[in-house]
Design a binder for this molecule. Structure first.
Ligand SMILES: Nc1nc2c(c(=O)[nH]1)N[C@H]1C(S)=C(S)[C@@H](COP(=O)(O)OP(=O)(O)OC[C@H]3O[C@@H](n4cnc5c(N)ncnc54)[C@H](O)[C@@H]3O)O[C@H]1N2
Ligand code: MOO
Ligand SMILES: [Mg+2]
Length: 610
């Protein structure tokens, strides 16, 4: 049973209690909403801070007749006499700003006047004190805004564990199920990887065969459409230009008139309504670029090919102009539909939308466009050693860089991703974070936890807890050997997971070689055929001492003779992210191979040229 109190604060009502409509109205709402409850305290006091403080204190100290929630009604406004919030603040021990926020934000949805209410809510001992405005309507509305949270708030204050747990379970919908994975340490741990080593090309092929390009569409405003893939053929609903328009600043003429002096009838500029009275022989009309061609005119003579013969007295108007060069029919006129012919397909489905594409859509009057829906993407970091940027580093910790690098790398190619947090190196934590990511996203990129260590848990959790299909778990490449590609069904929805190696460079290089192409493929980008291979000249010797083929990061720029020159970005160890700084290309060097300085090689260009 809940116990409520109502303190009406009003000087008038304290003298004429029959005028208090808000208190009784609120009492009725309380009993209707909580039939098992009782209103154990009712009082009216004047708008007097001392009286309010005393009444509130009496209630919270009353052990015989305690009150779970005490509502004050009135005295929360801007009038000099309104002091209920100040009195409440003197009494409470803890503020409850969430209640205040609920009251104000929900009231603002009803009336702008809610801005002028100053409620204070808080807790003193086991009583919650809540300020409501003084009108009967507002008080009862506010009660409904907060009432759903009250039972749980009361249970918490009463330290009623069973009720609190029940509410937590209800709120969290499904109680968390622990991971099935057990960490295998010591003598029984595996010493050889059970995953077959895939070649890079085989891995790419596997990705493209496994992932189906989306045929799911959405309509978005054209100003958000750059980098998206067009989801339909766009037919022009009109001709561009929609009217014959002048290509030059000059004079609209009748070509048959030829050269000679002409009377300037009028002037027309871009944006003017088309002149409908037919141009007569011997007449011309001054015209500006983009203006509609007047009726009866069939050519435009640019101003450079004319001479002024006579002007008006004030010099503002041209009266007679001489045409110096004989015009041809149609000269300097943009015909209707000459840029875009109405009814034809002007943009093809699967085009990647550029600023110019948006311009064409705008020209045709489109404000929205149908595009292929992109997968929702989440990024997860894993590792006990990882620390968020806003926390101080403890011994043994490092800052998480992969999550941010991945988020921004994706952004560079137009993809937005969600930060799904950092998982600890425990099966439960990895499972919990992945579950959270699967709830919100269809395409998940993780980093770390995929190699041979006993705390490298990603593959096991994905397979054992989520019944994932592992398509590959090891690649013959450096960096990026332990790259993992998994698909699974979660609550009936298909999820794609790339579990990338934790080393920051491995994470970047594998994103460029597999993740971005996979996203482009999913999005139906039919024009993307992988990063272009360009011929570069090496400015230094490049040696790969590893048996694995190595993707060496290069800086490529255009030399004076137009050739592409390149230099390695320095020490290529996969922990050294500086090797990605200033890198715009990847040079594939076979295992145990030296590429000599000045030789020319193919490199994959993934960024802008320097
Ligand atoms: N016995 C073997 N050990 C390792 C092998 C192997 O084949 N046999 N492979 C090595 C290779 S190659 C790589 S690459 C790494 C991959 O490691 P994991 O993917 O398991 O990643 P972790 O062990 O969790 O971390 C590796 C490294 O990267 C740092 N890291 C991780 N996450 C982040 C982050 N978000 N931001 C910054 N730095 C991060 C982490 O601290 C480690 O230093 O395994 C080799 N081992
Ligand atoms: O393959 Mo690891 O990615 O060398 O560093
Ligand atoms: Mg590891």
């Amino acid at each position: 049973m809940f116990r409520f109190g109502i303190l009406t604060v009003s000087t008038t009502c304290s003298q004429h209690p029959e005028k208090d409509t808000a208190g009784p109205k609120l009492e009725g709402e309380i009993i209707t909403s909580f039939p098992q409850s009782r209103v154990t305290f009712k009082k009216i006091v004047a708008d007097d801070k001392r009286q309010i403080v005393n009444a509130l204190t009496d209630v919270v100290n009353d052990v015989v007749n305690p009150c779970d929630v005490l509502f004050t009604v009135g005295g929360t406004g801007f009038a000099p006499s309104d002091v209920t919030p100040e009195a409440t603040r003197e009494v409470i021990e803890k503020e409850a700003v969430g209640l205040v926020h609920a009251i104000i934000s929900k009231s603002l949805a009803v009336t702008d006047m809610a801005m002028l209410s100053r409620p204070v809510c808080g807790i003193r001992k086991k009583t919650i004190i809540v300020n409501f405005p003084g009108s009967a309507k507002a008080a009862s509305e506010c009660f409904h805004f907060v009432k759903n949270a009250l039972p749980h708030a009361i249970a918490l204050l009463r330290e009623d564990d069973s009720k609190v747990r029940k509410t937590h379970e209800e709120v969290q919908s499904s109680p968390f199920e622990k991971s099935k994975v057990k960490i295998v340490a010591g003598s029984s741990r595996t010493r050889t990887s059970q995953y077959r080593m895939f070649e890079v090309d085989e891995a790419k092929e596997t990705i493209f065969q496994t992932l189906q390009s989306s045929e799911d569409f959405e309509t978005i405003p054209i100003f958000n459409a750059v980098t998206r893939i067009l989801g339909e053929d766009i037919k022009a609903p009109m001709h561009i230009p929609p009217f014959p328009a002048s290509i030059k600043d000059g004079y609209a003429v009748k070509a048959a008139d030829g050269v000679g002096n002409r009377a300037v009838r009028s002037a027309t500029a871009a944006g003017d309504r088309p002149e409908t009275a037919d141009l007569q022989p011997g007449e011309i009309i001054r015209i500006s670029t983009g203006a509609p061609i007047p009726a009866g005119a069939d050519a435009v003579v640019q101003i450079e090919d004319t001479a002024l013969i006579e002007a008006s007295e004030n010099g503002e108007d041209e009266i007679i102009v001489e045409i110096l060069v004989a015009p041809k029919v149609g000269q300097d006129i943009r015909k209707v539909g000459s840029d875009i012919h109405g009814g034809t397909v002007v943009l093809e489905k699967y085009t990647r939308i550029s600023a110019a594409t948006v311009g064409v859509l705008a020209t045709l009057g489109f404000t929205e466009v149908k595009v292929i829906r992109r997968p929702t993407i989440a990024i997860v970091s894993t590792g006990n050693e990882l620390c968020n940027a806003d926390e101080p580093l403890k011994p043994g910790q490092i800052y998480d860089s992969n999550k941010l690098t991945l988020l921004l790398l994706l952004q560079r190619y137009g993809y937005k991703a969600l930060d799904a947090g950092i998982a600890k190196d425990t099966p439960d934590s990895v499972k919990f974070i992945l579950e959270k990511a699967f709830e919100h996203s269809d395409f998940i990129i993780t980093s770390g936890g995929v190699s041979m260590g006993e705390y490298d848990l990603l593959k096991q959790v994905l397979i054992e807890d989520f019944n994932g299909t592992l398509h590959f778990g090891r690649l013959n490449m450096k960096p990026g050997k332990p790259t993992v590609f998994v698909t699974l069904d979660y609550k009936g929805k298909r999820k794609t997971v790339f579990a990338l190696p934790g080393n920051p460079v491995s994470c970047c290089v594998t994103s460029l070689l597999f993740v971005i192409p996979a996203l482009k493929h999913l999005e139906g980008d039919k024009l993307f055929k992988g990063w272009p291979n360009i011929t570069v000249i090496l400015e230094d010797d490049i040696i790969n001492n590893d048996a694995r083929p190595e993707y060496v990061r290069l800086t490529v720029w255009k030399g004076v003779n137009g050739q592409f020159l390149s230099r390695s970005t320095g020490n290529q160890i996969s922990s050294r992210l500086n090797s990605m700084v200033n890198a715009n290309a990847l040079l594939l060097v076979p295992g145990k191979t030296k590429y000599n300085k000045a030789s020319s090689r193919f490199a994959l260009l993934f960024g802008d040229l320097f």
